[in-house]
Structure formats: structure tokens, C-alpha cells
Write a protein that binds this ligand. Structure first.
Ligand code: ATP
Ligand code: MG
Length: 216
């Protein structure tokens, strides 16, 4: 008997919002994941500086998941100095969990950027990938991602449980069209993020003023 898969949910979480949380919750339930591990990124290689500090983003993720069993926060990418590459994090996690099924949870937008990731093809030796539909993004039919979808795609949750790595599973969650970018814009404009983020996250945003000033 294999243990249930570990879900790995990386992101800048600048800030974490209900789109992330609802997706993680549905996947935790529907894929029977033993846990969803949130991995806030340190210095993301593929994007501009985050608006909130790594420490504050971590604090918001901790506050957001505190009351949810099965949701855990892993701060290794924030603690690491320098760039964080997913392949390095996953190599570490694989060493810590030999033989265990691991599922990297990626929104469709993030999946489409996968070929730009450092040593991306090696990821399939380390983990499964669960791709989550997001409003406005379409699964690739052609190119390297179209090919890996054909080669590695599976509709079966059982496949994710019975092998440790190498499959791609596409999942359609409740579509919540919330993004951190739009949230930050809304807050800069002086509007209230209530009901888009958990109350403890809203409190941290308002108390710290981390998104209050116009973008640098
Ligand atoms: P930004 O607008 O700053 O890019 P974001 O809302 O996309 O922020 P990220 O931290 O970039 O959030 O996303 C982390 C992961 O969560 C990515 O895999 C992304 O695709 C996924 N994700 C983000 N928002 C949603 C959402 N509303 N529904 C489902 N998945 C989401
Ligand atoms: Mg994003």
C-alpha cells in the first residue's frame, strides 16, 4: 500500500487569496492528497520583485491555512538565499520522501510557462503535475507541452496514487477569477479586499500597509 500523495503548491502568494485556497481544498479532497504543502517562493526567477516581502507573504500564507487540517506551510524557498528553482526544491523533497507520490499543483497559466523553467523535463522524474484550469487560459495542443500532455496525461486519480511521479492530470476546479495582481491593484486604489482573501490575511494587509502605496 502506498501512502496518499503529497500535494505541492508553490507560488509567490503576493497575497494568497481564495482562488488558491479553494483550488487547494478541492484537490486535497478530490485527489485524496494526504496534505497540501504551500511553498511560498523566495526570489522568483521568472518575474519581477514581489510587492510584499517574503517574510510577510509567508506570514499571510500561515494565517490563511492555520485552521485547515491537511494544509501545511513549507518555508524552505523563503529561507534559501538566492534564486529558488522548482527542480532544486523538488529534488530535496524527493530525497525526504523516497518512493512517495508527489503532485505539483499548477494553474494553467503557470503550466504554459513550464518550458521556460530551469531543467523542466527533469521535473517529471521527481513529481506528477496536476494542472488546474484558470479562466482565460487554454491547454496547449501543440509544442513541447502538447507532446508531454499526450505522453504523460492521465484522467485517472488512481495513476497518481500508484506511481510516485511522471504523470500529468488536468483538473477543472470551481473557477474563481481572483488574481493577486488584481487584488494588489484594488488595494492600491483604496478598495477593500474583503471576501477575496481570508479575514486574517486581510488584517495583515491592512495593518502592514504592504500594498497600500502605488507600485514602485
Ligand atoms: P499574480 O497575479 O501575482 O501572478 P496569482 O494570483 O496568479 O498572482 P500566484 O502566486 O502567481 O498567484 O499563483 C500560484 C499558483 O496558483 C499558480 O500555479 C497559479 O496558476 C495558481 N492560481 C492563482 N490564482 C488562481 C485561481 N484563481 N484559481 C486557480 N489557481 C490559481
Ligand atoms: Mg500568477
Amino acid at each position: 500500500m502506498m501512502l496518499n500523495p503529497i500535494g505541492l503548491f508553490g507560488g509567490t502568494f503576493d497575497p494568497i487569496h481564495y482562488g488558491h485556497l479553494r483550488t487547494a481544498f478541492e484537490l486535497w479532497q478530490q485527489l485524496a492528497l494526504s496534505e497540501v504543502r504551500f511553498l511560498p517562493s523566495g526570489s522568483p526567477p521568472h518575474r519581477a520583485e514581489t510587492r510584499a516581502s517574503a517574510e510577510l507573504r509567508l506570514q499571510m500564507v500561515r494565517a490563511a491555512v492555520a485552521d485547515q487540517p491537511g494544509f501545511v506551510v513549507d518555508d524552505r524557498e523563503v529561507r534559501r538565499t538566492g534564486l529558488s528553482y522548482s527542480v532544486d526544491t523538488l529534488t530535496e523533497l524527493r530525497q525526504e520522501n523516497p518512493g512517495r507520490s508527489m503532485c505539483l499543483l499548477l494553474g494553467m497559466d503557470a503550466f504554459l510557462g513550464l518550458p521556460n523553467w530551469h531543467r523542466w523535463r527533469e521535473l517529471f522524474d521527481l513529481t506528477h503535475i496536476v494542472v488546474v484550469h484558470r479562466p482565460g487560459w487554454k491547454a496547449p495542443a501543440l509544442g513541447p507541452l502538447g507532446e508531454v500532455l499526450v505522453d504523460r496525461g492521465t484522467g485517472s486519480v488512481r495513476d497518481l496514487h500508484e506511481t510516485p511521479a511522471g504523470k500529468i492530470h488536468v483538473h477543472v476546479p470551481t473557477q474563481l477569477e481572483i488574481s493577486s495582481t488584481e487584488l494588489r491593484q484594488l488595494i492600491v486604489a483604496g478598495r477593500d479586499p474583503r471576501y477575496l482573501v481570508p479575514d486574517p490575511v486581510r488584517r495583515i494587509i491592512l495593518d502592514s500597509g504592504c500594498y497600500a502605496s502605488p507600485a514602485r
